[in-house]
Design a protein around this ligand. Structure first.
Ligand code: APR
Length: 268
C-alpha cells in the first residue's frame, strides 16, 4: 500500500498520521473526487455520450429546470442510471473503518460530503449530506417529498431492471413538477446539515479536505472557518486546488492515500 507512494509522499502521510493520532476532533469534507475511483465522473470532468455538449453547471440550476424541466429531469435520470451500479472504493472503505475504530477511542470524526451518491453509506459510514441525495425527489412547487419507482434506486439496482423513465412527473397535491431533492447552484443548503458542518468545522482540531475542487461555496468556506479557529488543514487531491490554507498536502488519489493513512495511524 505504502509501496505505491513516492518516498516524499510517504513522509507527508507519516506527518499527517502523527498529527491525527495526537488530535481528537476531526472534520472531514469529501467531494466528487472520492467517488472518481468508483467510476463516477467528477463535476469538472467533461460529460460524455448523450450529454457531452452540456455542462453540469448549466443543468443543475433552478433556472434550467424552470426553462426546460424535461431536459434537467432526463439528465438526472441518466445520472441515476450511471451511479446505480457503482460501489464504494478503498477511500470510502478506509473512512468507514476509521469511523468504526473511533467508537472505541476518544476521537470524534464528523464526515461531511458534497456528494449526492450513497457510497459513504454503502461503505458503512455515518455522513451528513450538504447537497442532497440523488435517490430522493420532491415537488418543485410545494416541496412535498415524492417517491416513485422509476426514480428510486431499486429501479436501477440490476442492469436488467434499468428503467429510467424520462417522462416528467407531476405532484399529486399541487400539480408542480417533481424534481430531484438536490441542492442546485444558487439554492440554500439544508439548514440542519449546514449547522452540523459549520459546528464541526469551527470546533475541529484537524480539517481534512478530500477530492474537492474547493470552488463551490459555502462548503469551500468550511476549511477557512476551521483554520480561523486554529485547526490544521490536510488536503487529499492528486491535483492542486485554490485552497491556500493547507498545512499538509497529500497529492495522490484518495483510494491510495486513505488506506495508507489509516494503516500508518495503526487502524488497519
Ligand atoms: N482522489 C481524490 N481527488 C480526486 C480524485 C481522486 N481519485 N480524482 C479527482 N479528484 C479531485 C479533482 O482534482 C478535483 O479537485 O476531485 C475534485 C473534484 O472536483 P469537482 O468536480 O469540482 O467536485 P466537488 O468539489 O465535489 O464539487 C462541488 O459543485 O457541481 C457542484 O454541487 C456540486 O457537490 C458539487 C460541488
Amino acid at each position: 500500500m505504502l509501496a505505491e507512494l513516492s518516498s516524499a509522499l510517504i513522509v507527508e502521510v507519516e506527518r499527517a498520521a502523527e498529527l491525527l493520532k495526537a488530535k481528537q476532533r476531526i472534520c472531514l469534507l469529501t467531494g466528487a473526487g472520492i467517488s472518481a475511483e468508483s467510476g463516477i465522473p467528477t463535476f469538472r470532468d467533461k460529460q460524455t455520450g448523450l450529454w457531452e455538449n452540456y455542462r453540469a453547471e448549466d443543468l443543475a440550476t433552478p433556472d434550467a429546470f424552470a426553462r426546460d424541466p424535461k431536459l434537467v429531469w432526463s439528465w438526472y435520470q441518466w445520472r441515476r442510471q450511471l451511479v446505480a451500479s457503482k460501489k464504494p472504493n478503498p477511500a470510502h472503505t478506509a473512512l468507514a473503518q476509521w469511523q468504526y475504530h473511533s467508537q472505541s477511542t476518544n476521537q470524534q470524526l464528523t464526515l461531511i460530503t458534497q456528494n449526492v451518491d450513497d457510497l459513504h453509506e454503502q461503505a458503512g459510514s455515518t455522513v451528513t449530506h450538504l447537497h442532497g441525495n440523488l435517490w430522493r425527489n420532491r415537488c418543485s412547487r410545494c416541496e412535498t417529498p415524492y417517491q416513485n419507482q422509476n426514480s428510486s434506486k431499486s429501479a436501477y439496482d440490476s442492469e436488467d431492471s434499468i428503467d429510467f423513465d424520462e417522462a416528467l412527473i407531476t405532484c399529486q397535491h399541487c400539480d408542480g413538477y417533481i424534481r430531484p431533492d438536490i441542492v442546485w447552484f444558487g439554492e440554500s443548503l439544508p439548514a440542519q446539515a449546514w449547522q452540523i458542518a459549520e459546528d464541526a468545522a469551527a470546533d475541529c482540531e484537524v480539517f481534512i479536505s478530500i477530492g474537492t475542487s474547493s470552488l463551490v461555496y459555502p462548503a469551500a468556506g468550511l476549511a477557512q472557518s476551521a483554520k480561523h479557529n486554529g485547526a490544521k488543514i490536510i488536503e487529499i487531491n492528486p491535483y492542486p486546488t485554490p485552497n491556500t490554507l493547507v498545512d499538509i498536502t497529500l497529492a495522490a488519489k484518495a483510494g491510495v492515500i486513505l488506506p495508507a493513512l489509516i494503516k500508518t495511524m495503526g487502524i488497519l
